[in-house]
Design a protein around this ligand. Structure first.
Ligand SMILES: NC(=O)c1ccc[n+]([C@@H]2O[C@H](COP(=O)([O-])OP(=O)(O)OC[C@H]3O[C@@H](n4cnc5c(N)ncnc54)[C@H](O)[C@@H]3O)[C@@H](O)[C@H]2O)c1
Ligand SMILES: CC(C)[C@H](C(=O)O)[C@@H](O)C(=O)O
Ligand SMILES: [Mg+2]
Length: 371
């Protein structure tokens, strides 16, 4: 009898449901192959939740997330909800679930498939073989710091305010995630901050240095200001192994890194919490991209970032390395065969839609399974 894994699926908005459908087919394939049994619950988050319940993060979604072994999210947001009051926008649902589940560590790996290195706007040797890991702090920093808001001063001037706040435990725990990952990789961590301007990141840098000296003597730790880091990422990304940074810097740098892989439609992510006393660790997997309203509902979205987020789920939550390898190998073969969604299209390649990309990956999984 195959193991039962409880997965909460949150398709979300825009292209979210379209890319999620392709992952559900892959989940079905694994079940049919007898590799695993998924107990899937589908839930609401973001705009879809607002439409159905009036709020972006219904209690049922949170309860279901806590009861599941892992959560898989498509994307949230879109123009339909842009004019809503700030606190009930779709994006608040995403930030809310990250915070409520304590998902402080966001891993965003930028790995370049050989076939797509050729398509890069950068020189082939700059991106070929690239494999870097961006570790983004996800439940603190300027996204959550208090005080915040928009207020009107007595003279009628309006003031907008957000606060960049990090405490030492918040910095240390994300530093540990980055350094533990680096110990299994190239043993190099680059901590990205703005310590020449922002006191909060002076503390960030000091704590990273302390952590490395006290607990990770084998790690080569370097520091870079975020403006330079964004430039270095496109100039010579292979100088990096693991990058660790704050919530907002990580948001921006990971979209930049996505383009090194060919498209935002290629970058997956895992958001992880700490294990509790019973060893239970919440985890949410989602592509780095958003709901892409410009291409939603047209069978144009690249589903690979979400499929790769699912393979991260197999690896990090379920220890199903062979199955994750199989899916990634299938993707590689599909890309080598020149099958492309529009965002990664190259001259001479075959342009397909979201569903057809799913078909191609499934077909290759069949072929690989038959040997
Ligand atoms: N994790 C999330 O749910 C998430 C992340 C980012 C943005 N958003 C939200 O999504 C909405 C749109 O934001 P945006 O336009 O700034 O960013 P976006 O990531 O949705 O899209 C940016 C560009 O990349 C393209 N793109 C994105 N994903 C793609 C894919 N899988 N295949 C092909 N092309 C793809 C889009 O077509 C668009 O041109 C906003 O409401 C935003 O808040 C949500
Ligand atoms: C939609 C938004 C809240 C989100 C973020 O800024 O974290 C997104 O851009 C991401 O990268 O996951
Ligand atoms: Mg982002």
């Amino acid at each position: 009898m195959a193991d039962v894994k409880k997965v909460l699926v949150l398709p979300g908005d825009g292209i979210g449901p379209e890319v999620m459908t392709q992952v559900r087919r892959i989940m079905g394939w694994l079940e049919d192959a007898g590799k695993v049994k998924f107990e899937v619950t589908e839930g609401l988050l973001g705009g879809a939740a607002i439409d159905a319940t009036g709020g972006p993060m219904p209690d049922e979604t949170l309860t279901a997330a806590k009861a599941s072994d892992a959560v898989l999210l498509g994307a949230v947001g879109g123009p339909k909800w842009d004019d809503l009051p700030f606190d009930i926008k779709p994006e608040r649902g995403l930030l809310g679930i990250r915070k409520e589940l304590g998902l402080f560590a966001n891993l965003r790996p930028a790995v370049v498939f050989d076939a797509l290195a050729e398509a890069s706007t950068l020189k082939l040797d700059v991106v070929k073989g690239l494999d870097i890991m961006i570790v983004r702090e996800l439940t603190g920093g300027i996204y959550f710091g208090q005080p915040r808001g928009i207020e009107t001063l007595p003279d009628g001037t309006r003031k907008g305010l957000n606060s960049l706040v990090y405490t030492t435990p918040e910095i240390t725990r994300i530093g540990k995630v980055a350094m533990d990952l680096a110990m299994k990789r190239g043993k190099k961590v680059c901590s990205v901050d703005k310590a020449n301007v922002l006191e909060c990141t002076v503390l960030w840098r000091e704590e990273m240095i302390k952590l490395q000296q006290e607990q990770y003597p084998e790690i080569e730790l370097s520091h870079m200001y975020v403006d330079n880091a964004s430039m270095q990422l496109v100039r010579n990304p292979k100088q990096f192994d693991v990058m660790v940074t704050t919530n907002m810097f990580g948001d921006i740098l990971s979209d930049t890194a996505a383009m090194l892989t060919g498209s935002l439609g290629m970058l997956p992510s895992a958001s992880l919490g700490d294990a509790d006393a019973n060893g239970k660790r919440y985890a949410l997997y989602e592509p780095v991209h958003g709901s892409a309203p410009d291409i939603a509902g047209q069978n144009l979205a690249n589903p690979l970032a979400t499929i790769l987020s699912f393979t991260m789920m197999l690896r990090y939550s379920f220890d199903m390395m062979a199955e994750a390898d199989l899916i990634e190998q299938a993707i590689q073969t599909v890309l080598n065969a020149g099958i492309r969604t529009g965002d990664i299209m190259q001259e001479g390649a075959t342009k397909v839609g979201t569903v057809e990309m799913g078909d191609a990956v499934l077909k290759e999984m069949d072929a690989l399974a038959k040997g």
